[in-house]
Write a protein that binds this ligand. Structure first.
Ligand SMILES: [Zn+2]
Length: 608
């Protein structure tokens, strides 16, 4: 297992693979992950004599064929090197976006028929990979190819100028297509295409459009999410789309440089879904980013085994790493122009940041998501059915404690790290926080409290007596070497714990100096699958949210941070608590006192 994460035999050789080479994508669409649903009878969808015989949630090949044929037979490329050529989708466009996005279906009880499984899609890739043409094609399909009566299709962009950029390629495509030109009407000055045949229209609206206008969208496309001020329009459209059987909300973007923006949150969520599609079965995610760290690179290797275009390192100047964030390289984007830009970018830091963001699709930000959940889950060892299950097994064992005291109004976390890598947590919170946290966890917070993973105490402020009593209880149950805590948060509590339990408390804090060593050790041990967290659901929720920060000039220094913008529902306290405990474990055991090992009688050497 260890070898898999450190080298990939076929790819680690220094032999350069020319990124220009045409890739043959072999995709078995039927094997894609999908929810296990047997609902719905035989599909029976037919196109060109091909009938789908599948049932339940499935990949419906004739439905996907229909969209691919719409592109090839009705559309032409509006501009660029392929201008006026039939829009035959590139293999990556066809097999990684269009076929799964339009071919995956699920039976809808509400509509009594099969509908598209994906109601939401996020596409994240570097600029100039044929985005506008692909978007325009999708919009036109939703407008007049999808069999939707009175379809309302909207495109949104931050500025009027940007909106024009989204609209123009679609208009060009219509003009160049005899079939569409005969069918669709372009209402000038309104940025509107109308299909009188089905009573449908496509319109471009500004990002600050009135969200109360009573839209009933069948399709909504948000271009360059990161330039949106907030998610108001997106949310309004999503809510309104509920009235359609298979509306599609599509966001397409390049990475942002603002780690706390609406766009960053959007991209991170898509990244999580790419990692774990079961997280949101209705959300289609296509994310192609050049990794910034070895951890991110290895995560890609795990998620996409044997993909030839995966990066081979984190070196932004190595051409072998450019194909992944630029799927259109060699087709829409020439390697020569990318090389020239790379040359210029090497000259200055700001140019380098631009190259990284727009050409390699990297988040040029000091704050990024830290843990990949597939690795976290691989460190469960066993799933504990109840909180007491693992406690009982570890009774009498040696461990190190970590305490992350939050404000009196919030969550406090206590972690115990055992010599064999097992981890136990306790969480306390005043019951008044449950409402807010339930909102952000879909009610799970209260479930966790009910099941004993979190201790809720009465009232608006945390009950420290309960914390002292629980810590003392753990002190009796386990052999706690010492407890590391954040000196900035809890001096009175420290004094009280020391007084009441007799435990040794060791100061730390969450600066780069103190956090870098335990975080590096944590990454190393997580990769080696040396932890056993027994699937603690609260800790998982926190691990999923924790971010890491590095100084701009030194990516090797780390500290954990909490995502801050409008995220009152995010908590990470269990992770710093574990890092404090990890810090203690790295210090090891204090040198044992001569009294403990040899007994009082030997002092002075007279008893022998
Ligand atoms: Zn089917």
């Amino acid at each position: 297992m260890a070898a898999r994460t450190t080298s990939r035999p076929a790819r680690s050789k220094a032999t350069a693979r020319p990124p220009r080479r045409r890739r043959v994508l072999k995709v078995d669409h039927h094997r894609r992950w999908r929810p296990r649903s047997r609902k719905g009878g035989r599909c029976g969808y037919t196109l060109d004599g091909k009938t789908c015989t599948r049932s339940g949630a499935h990949y419906c090949e004739p439905r996907a064929d229909r969209v691919v044929a719409f592109f090839a037979e009705l559309l032409v490329h509006p501009a660029g090197a392929w201008a006026n050529h039939a829009f035959v989708l590139a293999p990556w466009q066809e097999h990684e976006i269009i076929r799964p996005l339009f071919g995956e279906v699920i039976f809808s009880e509400q509509w009594g028929r099969y509908v598209r499984r994906y109601s939401r899609a996020t596409i994240v890739m570097a600029r100039k990979n044929g985005k506008s043409a692909l978007l325009s094609g999708i919009l036109l399909y939703l407008l007049c190819g999808d069999g939707e009566e009175s379809a309302e299709v909207y495109g949104a962009a931050a500025t009027t100028r940007q909106a024009g950029k989204v609209f123009e390629p679609a208009v060009k495509m219509v003009k160049k297509s005899p079939v569409l030109a005969a069918r669709l009407q372009h209402i000038k000055n309104a940025r509107r295409l109308v299909d009188e045949h089905s009573g449908s229209h496509y319109e471009v609206i500004p990002a600050d459009a009135d969200t109360e206008l009573g839209h009933n969208p069948h399709g909504f496309v948000l271009d360059e999410v990161l330039s949106q001020r907030d998610d108001g329009l997106w949310k309004a459209m999503r809510t309104a789309a509920g009235a359609r059987a298979q509306a599609l909300m599509l966001a397409i973007t390049t990475e942002t440089s603002d780690g706390t923006s609406f766009g960053a949150e959007f991209i991170d969520e898509a990244d999580r879904v790419m990692e774990d599609p079961a997280r949101a079965p209705h959300h289609f995610a296509y994310v192609r980013k050049m990794p910034r760290t070895v951890e991110e690179l290895e995560r890609l290797w795990r998620l996409f085994p044997a993909r030839p275009e995966l990066p081979v390192s984190c070196d932004p100047w190595d051409e072998r790493n450019w194909a992944w964030p630029n799927p259109g390289l060699g087709q829409f984007l020439s390697i020569t122009s990318l090389r020239e830009e790379a040359e210029e970018a090497r000259a200055s830091l700001s140019a380098e940041n631009g190259f990284r963001q727009f050409r390699l699709n990297q988040r040029v930000s000091q704050v990024t998501r830290w843990l990949s959940m597939d690795l976290w889950d691989a460190n469960a060892r066993e799933i504990a059915p109840t909180p007491s299950w693992a406690r009982e097994r570890l009774a009498g064992e040696r461990c190190w404690g970590g305490l992350d005291l939050s404000s009196k109004l919030d969550l406090t976390a206590w972690a115990l790290l055992f010599t064999d890598g097992s981890v136990l947590w306790r969480f306390w919170a005043p019951e008044s926080v449950a409402g807010v946290l339930d909102e952000h966890t879909g009610g799970k917070f209260s479930e966790w409290a009910r099941d004993g993973w979190i201790t809720l105490t009465d009232g608006d402020v945390i009950d420290y007596d309960r914390i002292y009593a629980d810590v003392d209880d753990d002190h009796d149950t386990f052999v706690i070497t010492d407890v590391t805590y954040d000196k900035w948060t809890g001096e009175p509590v420290r004094q009280e714990i020391e007084k009441q339990t007799g435990l040794t408390l060791v100061e730390s804090n969450t600066t780069y100096d103190r956090m870098t060593p335990p975080m590096k050790e944590f990454e190393k041990r997580l990769k080696a699958r040396e932890y056993g967290h027994f699937g603690n659901p609260v800790a998982r929720w926190m691990a999923d949210s924790v971010q890491k920060k590095s100084p701009r000039d030194d990516p090797d220094r780390l500290r954990p941070v909490k995502p801050d913008r409008d995220k009152s529902g995010v908590r990470i306290d269990g992770i710093p608590a574990l890092l404090f405990a990890q810090d203690g474990a790295m210090r090891g055991r204090p040198v044992e006192s001569v009294y403990e090992t040899r007994g009082l009688a030997t002092v002075g050497g007279e008893a022998e």
